[in-house]
Ligand binder design. Structure first.
Ligand code: GLA
Length: 398
């Protein structure tokens, strides 16, 4: 299933100056000066589907973001306006239910989490918009959740730390939206740092900012512009399959609490004879944890060539073992894999559509983009989108 045309038309409109457009619209709609928050999308270099398996991830916040204007109201109403959809949603602080439209739910889910503890009385107005393409696997939903959590924390002086905002965003997605995502997207959005990757250990949430000087390399995303409808249900299913693998091992090794604690021998002995599919999923995870560690060592040595090879291996694992790729993503990786201009490439994010991430030699990028765009169009009938990414700071006040 292709993403609805309306969404894509919206994205080819030239990018707005979001902070100022939101300020002006806010004044026009509500007669107030808005507090403006910026919250970015993310890329992930390596370590896919490892966050909910207590492994490591290597994401970064990017130069595509949600901007959200907010101000208090005197009554208990909540009034939200989406600039990009040109749509309003209204409810009240004591009437927080899924909207049936999805986009308001990312904000309402955050309100629900905050209300569990604070029982706020006053409502608020919001105007938001942004240039993170929805459905492209760049975490526009996490960016919106983190923008809302950050904004409400500022507005009502709730005293949350950054880590609390991440947890609120993730809980909103898990409980209100119903996608059992891990912590990577919200973490990257909040903790992003300009020109740095984040090496996050999802077991204990320790992290380090790793400088990323892509000397002579550009980070380029090729957007398939498809999102297959099974993406969310398949995501939750993968998570359950990993849990099943852990359960099977735990019968013999009670100390194994996640696939982070497992090894290939355990999988071969206790999982393979019982469930071949679960075995394949778990094998990908155990291999990817090792791949990420080796990839981080490559980066420390400035060895992007070895790192890039691992990205191709990750793609193969996601395609053949974890089975979260799709024809369009595989095509985009196939089109670059023998091209010497491309150091590494793979599908990125949850899967079943969205983008591939490519590390491309600077001088060869334009030529490559042209070649891949033409080939993708002729094979699929769809024009792909291309985004060049810069690594930026995380959520903050503008
Ligand atoms: C989605 C989820 C993340 C993570 C990735 C896969 O983006 O929201 O938590 O699991 O997929 O790495």
């Amino acid at each position: 299933m292709k993403i609805n045309q309306e969404v894509w038309t919206m994205m080819i409109i030239p990018p707005a100056d979001y902070p100022n457009t939101i300020k002006t619209k806010f004044k026009e709609l509500f007669g107030q000066e808005a507090l403006i928050i910026r919250s970015p999308g993310r890329i992930n270099l390596i370590g896919e589907h490892l966050d909910y398996n207590m492994g490591y991830v290597l994401p970064a916040a990017i130069n595509k973001a949600i901007w959200l204007g907010i101000q208090k109201r005197d009554d208990q109403a909540i009034s939200i306006y989406s600039l990009d959809y040109d749509a309003h949603y209204q409810t009240g602080m004591h009437n927080i239910f899924p909207s049936g439209k999805l986009w308001p739910d990312y904000i309402l889910g955050v309100v629900e989490q905050i209300q569990k503890k604070h029982k706020l009385k006053n409502g608020f107005n919001i105007v938001f918009g942004g240039d993170i393409p929805p459905g492209a696997g760049l975490s526009s939903s996490a960016a919106l959740e983190c923008a809302a959590a950050f904004a409400l924390n500022e507005l009502f002086r709730l005293g949350y730390e950054k880590m609390d905002l991440v947890a609120i965003g993730q809980a909103a997605e898990n409980e209100f939206v119903g996608v059992k995502c891990g912590i990577m997207d919200q973490f990257a959005s909040v903790f992003g740092k300009r020109e740095h990757l984040i090496r996050l250990d999802c077991r204990n949430l320790n992290y380090v900012h790793v400088p990323f000087h892509a000397n002579g390399i550009r980070v380029i995303l090729f957007d398939t512009r498809v999102k297959h409808s099974l993406a969310d249900s398949a995501y939750n299913e993968r998570r359950e399959q990993c849990e099943k693998g852990v359960d099977l091992i735990q019968e013999f090794y009670p100390e194994v609490r996640s696939l982070r604690d497992a090894n290939q021998e355990m999988l071969d002995t206790f999982v393979k004879p019982v469930d071949e599919i679960v075995y394949r999923r778990c094998t990908y995870v155990v291999q990817e944890i090792q791949r990420l560690l080796k990839g981080c060592a490559d980066l420390e040595k400035d060895d992007l060539i070895s790192f890039g090879k691992r990205m191709f291996e990750t793609h193969a694992g996601l395609k053949d073992l974890y089975e979260v790729s799709c024809d369009e993503l595989d095509l985009l990786v196939d089109l670059v894999k023998d091209n010497p201009a491309v150091i590494g490439a793979r599908m990125m994010g949850g899967g079943f559509g969205g983008c591939t991430i490519n590390l491309v030699k600077t001088e060869a990028a334009e030529d490559l983009i042209k070649k891949v765009s033409d080939a993708y169009l002729s094979k699929t009938g769809t024009e792909m989108f291309v985004y060049e990414v810069a690594i930026e700071d995380g959520t903050g006040i503008v």
